[in-house]
Design a binder for this molecule. Structure first.
Ligand code: GP9
Ligand code: MN
Length: 640
């Protein structure tokens, strides 16, 4: 009797080869950061799990020839995807997304430099393809399989089970992995390039379909809501005081309110800002909240330019960078203003290059406009002092009036600093993040001081108004233990947590002499209406959710992106209403059979009424963005 020599099936060989190859490429050709051993393990297993899923499909083909053909082309096609991502990654430090593929500017950048991005050793990516190709042409009969239905189904189920396990481990190592879509590197590292592409496709098509099914009528509800609730028409005393003046807006990275007028190790943290806010030409808002979501700096920019809320998931700069908007730069264009952004970072970070176009910003001075060397950089790039110094000649060249936004970078997590730039000592607690935050904030404070001095010297100072705004918090709740120690509190309560979302908002108008501290509740959503009022532009039919912070008749509450809010009397968080004055939860008691008082009942009603408005407002803002509803309005016509 002749014994048939059994061989390892090619789909299994392909899985091992392709899995191993993919792992090596992730590990050594991409520069994916791995923070701990668990991430190492996830990065190692996910290529094999995906390869199993991809290649096991071949067992469903009846003919041996077709099985072999599938394996050949599947490995080739999958390797091309890896290769394309690698080339893209070398240029943009990012993975390909579907919207990016259709985004002309990125692809054009790539086109001109593609040859410099391909390396000889990239052939490694195709080694497994060559082996699979050769093996698939030989011993076709012995390398293919002929499973019965049960075995096929079992193999298929196993591959799905492995995939589910991979997802579970990934999600547990980083909760909200799939809702925080901005962190592409994390997605790729956790579930692999192919699953990431599938995820991207799903996110993209859901958002596309929301846009496709949206229609003009949805605007009616938004317009009605704004007319009734937003109160954007009052002209404040300061309406038009800055007409024709330049607006110089400083987006201060991670600057929180709690460092203002505060000390660390006996030293003042922000001497310059403290002096600026007490200046007679400064209006300082000390109850001003950041309202960002997962898009951090980009969300704060979105709020400021549009008076709309950022999205509940992902970064709107990424997910809806091609929408129509009615942002500050577009509105002030008619008043003769050109708009600029200065920020020494990669243009495509947060998809700024595309979004800035959509917002009507005329020119973006990104990283390539600056001389960035190892000596003048730290952490994320160019140091703030250098950044301002190098920005000034550009500012001097601009035709006036202009609107220029300068985004700082040094005071960014993890707040690394060179010794020579530290004017004050770090704090001592169990959180290095908090400890290092203080010297980094001080550095930014000094950079701002230098900048203001320079502005005076150039003569731009008198023709400009200056806005300084913290973009979002720098110290997250993870550092509460250290922060409570610093603040001298026993613990950070839910209300403290909300109040820690305050960031400084400073409006400095040289020559007004009427500056003061304004403590009414306010937030980033209000910046657009406030700035436009200062330069004498009426709200008209604008669709936005903020108030002029100098007006008297206002909404009276600030909605945070998670639905929490702060009003004159209440703070709503963790699903409960608290009295702002005392910090007590309204209507709560440990006493059994407690009967809620009439006063508390009324308070709860009032609090719930605001809560409903907040929910509606956030929903309407989301609908505007998801449906790309601004494309249906021609503001030029509505204006006249
Ligand atoms: C990057 C800078 C910082 O360009 O805006 O980003 P962040 O992490 O704060 O959003
Ligand atoms: Mn930021």
């Amino acid at each position: 009797m002749e014994l048939k020599r059994t061989k390892v099936p090619l789909y299994a060989i392909s899985m091992v080869l392709f899995g191993l190859k993919t792992y090596l490429v992730y590990r050594f050709m991409f520069t994916i950061e791995l923070d701990n051993f668990l991430q190492e393990i996830i990065l190692f297993i996910n290529p094999f799990i995906t390869a199993f899923l991809l290649f096991a499909i071949s067992i469903w083909f009846q003919s041996n020839e077709k099985q072999m053909k599938y394996l050949r082309y599947c490995s080739l096609f999958a390797s091309i995807i890896i290769f394309a991502n690698l080339v893209f990654y070398r240029q943009f430090d990012d993975f390909i997304t579907i919207p990016l593929l259709f985004q002309g500017s990125n692809m054009a950048d790539l086109g001109s430099s593609i040859l410099t991005l391909i390396k000889g050793y990239d052939v490694f990516i195709f080694t497994d393809v060559i082996i699979i190709w050769i093996l698939s042409k030989r011993n076709v009969a012995t390398r293919s399989v002929n499973y019965n239905y049960r075995k096929k189904a079992a193999t298929f189920s196993l591959s799905l089970l492995l995939l589910a396990t991979n997802f579970l481990i990934a999600e547990s190592s980083r909760p909200q992995l799939f809702t925080r879509g901005f962190d592409r590197e994390y997605l790729v590292r956790s579930v692999g390039l192919f699953n990431y592409h599938v995820y991207d496709l799903i996110v993209h098509s859901t958002s596309e379909s929301k846009r496709a099914f949206a229609d003009e009528n949805e605007l009616l509800e938004v317009q009605k809501y704004i007319d009734k609730n937003v109160k954007q028409d009052e002209q404040s005393d300061l309406y038009g005081v800055a007409k024709g003046k330049n607006i110089i807006f400083i987006n201060a990275e991670s600057l929180q309110q709690f460092v203002i007028n505060n000390k660390v190790n006996g030293e003042t943290v922000t001497p310059f800002l403290n002096q600026l806010i007490s200046d007679e030409d400064t209006y300082y808002f000390d109850n001003f909240y950041e309202q960002t979501g997962q898009g951090n700096t980009s969300d704060s920019e979105f709020l400021v330019e549009n008076g709309l809320y950022p999205l509940d998931r992902g970064a709107v700069f990424f997910t809806h960078g091609a929408n129509a908007y009615h942002a500050i730069p577009e509105i002030i264009d008619d008043a003769g203003y050109e708009s600029y952004v200065f920020h020494s970072n990669n243009k495509s970070f947060w998809n700024r290059d595309q979004m800035y176009d959509s917002l009507g910003i005329d020119y973006f001075y990104g990283e390539e406009a600056y001389e960035v060397t190892e000596d003048n950089s730290i952490g994320w790039g160019l140091k703030d002092k250098q950044f301002f110094e190098q920005s000034i000649p550009y500012l001097q060249m601009l035709e006036q009036p202009f609107y220029a936004k300068l985004i700082t970078l040094t005071n960014h997590f993890p707040f690394d600093m060179d010794k020579e730039d530290m004017s004050i000592e770090a704090y001592s607690s169990n959180s290095d993040t908090l400890n290092n935050y203080f010297p980094a904030v001080r550095y930014m404070d000094e950079a701002l001081e230098d900048f203001f001095e320079e502005m005076k010297e150039t003569g731009l100072y008198d023709h400009s108004i200056f806005v300084v705004m913290g973009d979002h918090i720098g110290i997250s709740a993870n550092h509460n233990e250290a922060l409570s120690m610093y603040l001298g509190k026993e613990a950070i309560t839910p209300i403290d947590q909300v109040e820690l979302q305050r960031v400084p908002f400073i409006v400095h108008i040289p020559g007004t002499g009427n500056g003061r501290v304004i403590s009414e509740v306010s937030g980033q959503i209000d910046v657009k209406r406030t700035l436009l009022s200062l330069i004498g532009i009426e709200a008209g039919d604008d669709i936005q959710f903020g108030n002029d912070l100098f007006a008297n008749d206002r909404k009276g509450y600030v909605a945070l992106r998670n639905g929490d809010f702060i009003s004159k009397d209440f703070i709503y968080t963790t699903g409960a209403c608290y009295l702002r004055e005392t910090g007590e939860q309204i209507g709560a008691s440990d006493v059994e059979d407690y009967v809620i008082s009439e006063t508390d009942n009324k308070r709860l009603d009032a609090c719930n009424e605001i809560s409903e408005k907040v929910t509606t407002e956030l929903r309407l803002s989301d609908e505007l963005i998801y449906g790309d509803l601004f494309r249906f309005i021609n503001f030029d016509i509505t204006k006249s």
